[in-house]
Design a protein around this ligand. Structure first.
Ligand code: HEM
Ligand SMILES: CC(C)=CCC/C(C)=C/CC/C(C)=C/COP(=O)(O)OP(=O)(O)O
Length: 323
């Protein structure tokens, strides 16, 4: 074997290892977590967010979320092996040793805590660490394998990122921050149960008591419907009584919420239809993304003018979106 071949092999190995550690962090979920953090920062600062603080908070948040996901991959390696969707993950497929993953997770946590403490504030750092703790201890360890309410209570972990964002700007948490928390908290059941309806058999095979496995499709459809009916009015609390968002955000929240409710209703009527479940799951992601974008746009100084134009064209906007 030539020296050249050795160098190429080593390079390929390095790329493979890097890819495996990247996959441990479940990177596809992190951008939306960051969008909720950024939206909270924008709202908390009244549209005048410090770009450097935004960047550092998002990097700190990314490191914390990556740590949480890596720890989850270590803890859940047995059930990840049992499920088709997760079998190829780095630990069940044998590409990363659990103890190496643990070292990686510890490094991520230390980096996140240090960065947030040094350049943002202690409260945001503590909140990020509590997100990791809650996700691991409450969701992954205590609830995931034991109750159908796992993602309802455990979902609180995913609702912590906007608290991190709010705390990063103001140094404390007020009612608006807790409403942002409540929005993600109530959004999680429709988001996840729609997916769980699609991959129910996988969860059944791994003995994970997700709602569709234990109580069936109809009960899940009803629960999704209830949480969707709760989340939409909750998004409007930011407008009234809190007054931290304006007319433009209200219009966006009503339109997006109306579509969310319509899709949840369709699923309630046909809970066995996997296409409708898929459509709701995908929409849940788009919904949160656009709602957060709405919060950002609304907080910008020119939003009053945009609100007037939007109100004038609301009717054509509605027919465009629903077509
Ligand atoms: C306990 C709460 C939650 C559970 C159990 C859950 C579960 C899941 C699962 C199992 C997937 C499929 C992932 C895959 O196969 O790769 C998924 C996808 C996704 N989740 Fe969640 N989720 C939760 C909360 C959240 C939160 C809070 C966010 C962000 C705010 C989020 C954002 C996403 C996104 C963006 C995807 C799509 C990833 C892709 O493009 O494949 N999830 N979720
Ligand atoms: C501030 C901070 C760091 C908060 C933590 C936020 C966080 C990591 C939320 C993750 C939510 C999520 C995608 C859960 C899926 O877990 P699962 O184990 O059910 O998914 P799986 O079946 O794909 O393994």
């Amino acid at each position: 074997m030539t020296i050249g071949t050795n160098v190429v092999r080593r390079k390929e190995n390095f790329v493979e290892i890097t890819k495996s550690y990247y996959q441990l962090t479940k990177p596809r979920i992190i951008p939306l977590l960051l969008i909720t953090t950024a939206a909270a920062m924008w709202m908390a600062s009244g549209g005048r967010v410090d770009p450097l603080k935004l960047l550092v908070t998002l990097v700190g948040g990314t490191l914390a979320a990556a740590c949480a996901q890596t720890l989850n991959c270590i803890y859940d390696r047995d059930i990840d092996y049992d499920m088709l969707r997760t079998r190829a993950r780095p630990i069940p497929s044998g590409r990363v040793q659990p103890r190496h993953a643990l070292i990686f997770a510890i490094i991520l946590a230390i980096l996140s805590f240090s960065l947030l403490t040094a350049f943002v504030n202690l409260l945001s750092a503590i909140l990020a660490m509590s997100g990791i703790g809650f996700y691991m201890l409450v969701y992954t360890h205590l609830l995931k394998r034991h109750t159908t309410q796992n993602i309802v209570i455990g979902g609180a972990a995913g609702a912590i990122p906007p608290l991190v964002g709010w705390a990063a700007v103001t140094g404390d948490l007020n009612w608006a921050a807790w409403v942002l928390f409540a929005i993600i908290f109530l959004w999680t059941p429709p988001h996840f149960w729609a997916l769980a309806l699609m991959i129910k058999d996988d969860y059944a095979q791994a003995n994970v008591p997700m709602l569709p496995v234990v109580e069936g499709e109809e009960a899940t459809g009803r629960q999704i419907w209830i949480y969707t009916l709760l989340v939409v009015p909750c998004t409007l609390l930011l407008v009234y009584p809190l007054g931290v968002a304006g007319v433009l955000y209200a219009c966006i929240a009503v339109v997006l919420g109306g579509i969310f409710i319509r899709k949840a209703w369709q699923l309630k009527q046909a809970p066995f239809d996997k296409d409708i479940a898929r459509s709701l799951f995908k929409y849940s992601i788009l919904y949160l993304m656009l709602l957060c974008t709405g919060m950002v746009v609304d907080s910008l100084p020119m939003s009053d003018r945009v609100a007037t134009v939007a109100a004038e064209n609301l009717h054509s906007l509605l027919s465009l979106i629903s077509s």
